[in-house]
Design a protein around this ligand. Structure first.
Ligand code: ADP
Ligand code: MG
Length: 307
C-alpha cells in the first residue's frame, strides 16, 4: 500500500501541497479530485520523485521513497499524463518498450511483452506495432500511453488527467478499458481528475483536495451521501446529483425478490441509473431482475426514485 504522510510542497508563497496524509490500499483505484491548481499534479510528482517534498514522506510498501534512487523508483512506477508524450519518430512497439529497453531485457522478451500489452489495451498487435504515433487517433495514442506505463509491470500506476483531452465517447471507452485492466492485473492506481463523474465511475476511494489540503476521503457513495462540508457539497452537487446517486446504488438494493416482472432481466449488480435508462427507453415502470445466484425479482420505478 501507498502512504502519504503529512506531505508538503511549497513554491515561494504558494503551498501547493499542504500536510497531505492519505493511505491507498494495494490493488485499489484512488482518485484525487479537486479544482485546477489544488495540488493534484504536484502530489503525483512527489510520489514518483519528479520533485522533492519540503516536508513529509511517501511510503510504498513500507519503504520511504526518499531512500531509493529516483531513476530506479520511476522505472517501478507507471506514469500516464494527458499529453501522452510518445516519441513521434519511434514505432508504437519501440515507444512501449522504452523502460524494458532501459532495463536491458532481451529483445525476444520485449517483443512478447509489447504484443501482450497491445492486446491488453485493446489494440491489435499486428496492425499497430509498426505504426508511428501520428497514424493513430488521440484515443489510440492514449491507449499506447497506458501500455507504455505498464511495460515493466509496475505495481503502481500514476495517471494525471489521462483522459482529459479526449472526446466523451473515446473517454468512456478508455475508462472502461482502465477498469478492465485494473481488475485483471490488480495494479494500484492513483488517478487525478477535476471531473467528479470520472471519479465516481473509476474510484474505489475518492480523495477531495482543496488548496493543497485533503478535505474528505471515502467511497464514491460516502462522498455523495455524506459530504463533509459545503465545499464538497458544491463539488458533487448541482442538477446532476440525483443521477450520481443512482450511479452508486445497485439495482439489487431496491429489488423486491417476492415480486416478478416481464421481459429481459437486468443484473442485480447493475447501477440504478442503468435501470432508469432502460425503463425510459422501453416505456415501462417495472423491470425483471436477476442476481448472480440466479434469484429473480422485480424493480419498480417508485423504488428507484425513493431516497
Ligand atoms: P493541479 O494539478 O491540481 O491543477 P498543481 O499541482 O499543478 O495543481 O499546482 C498546485 C499549485 O502549485 C498551483 O497554485 C500552481 O500554480 C503551483 N505550482 C505548481 N508547480 C509549480 C512550479 N513548478 N512553480 C511554481 N508554482 C507551481
Ligand atoms: Mg494538474
Amino acid at each position: 500500500m501507498i502512504v502519504l504522510d503529512r506531505l508538503t510542497k511549497r513554491y515561494d508563497a504558494t503551498i501547493a501541497v499542504d500536510q497531505l496524509s492519505l493511505t491507498v490500499a494495494a490493488g485499489s483505484i484512488c482518485v484525487l479530485v479537486g479544482a485546477s491548481g489544488c495540488g493534484k499534479s504536484t502530489t503525483l510528482r512527489l510520489i514518483n520523485r519528479l520533485i522533492e517534498p519540503d516536508g513529509g514522506r511517501v511510503l510504498i510498501g513500507g519503504t520511504d521513497v526518499a531512500s531509493l534512487p529516483a531513476v530506479a523508483l520511476r522505472r517501478r512506477i507507471g506514469y500516464v499524463i494527458q499529453s501522452i508524450g510518445l516519441f513521434p519518430h519511434w514505432t508504437i512497439a519501440r515507444n512501449i518498450a522504452t523502460v524494458p529497453e532501459l532495463l536491458g531485457w532481451p529483445a525476444e522478451r520485449i517483443a512478447r511483452r509489447v504484443d501482450e500489452l497491445l492486446d491488453l489495451v485493446g489494440l491489435d498487435p499486428d496492425s499497430y506495432r509498426d505504426r508511428r504515433p501520428h497514424e493513430l487517433s488521440g484515443g489510440q495514442q492514449q491507449r499506447v500511453g497506458v501500455a507504455r506505463a505498464l511495460a515493466a509491470d509496475p505495481d503502481l500506476l500514476l495517471m494525471d488527467e489521462p483522459f482529459g483531452a479526449l472526446d466523451p465517447v473515446t473517454r468512456d471507452g478508455l475508462q472502461a478499458a482502465l477498469l478492465d485492466i485494473q481488475a485483471r492485473t490488480g495494479k494500484t492506481v492513483i488517478l487525478v481528475t477535476h471531473d467528479i463523474d470520472e471519479a465516481i465511475r473509476l474510484a474505489s476511494r475518492i480523495a477531495v483536495l482543496d488548496d493543497g489540503r485533503l478535505i474528505q476521503q471515502g467511497s464514491p457513495r460516502e462522498i455523495l451521501t455524506r459530504p463533509a462540508n459545503r465545499f464538497v457539497e458544491s463539488f458533487i452537487g448541482g442538477p446532476r446529483l440525483g443521477l450520481r446517486l443512482l450511479q452508486v446504488t445497485s439495482v439489487g438494493e431496491r429489488t423486491d425478490y417476492e415480486a416478478s416482472a416481464e421481459g429481459e432481466p437486468i443484473a442485480a449488480d447493475a447501477p440504478l441509473d442503468m435501470a432508469l435508462a432502460r425503463m425510459v427507453a422501453s416505456g415501462t415502470d417495472r423491470l425483471a431482475v436477476v442476481d448472480a445466484a440466479g434469484r429473480r425479482g422485480a424493480l419498480a420505478l417508485a423504488d428507484v426514485v425513493a431516497r
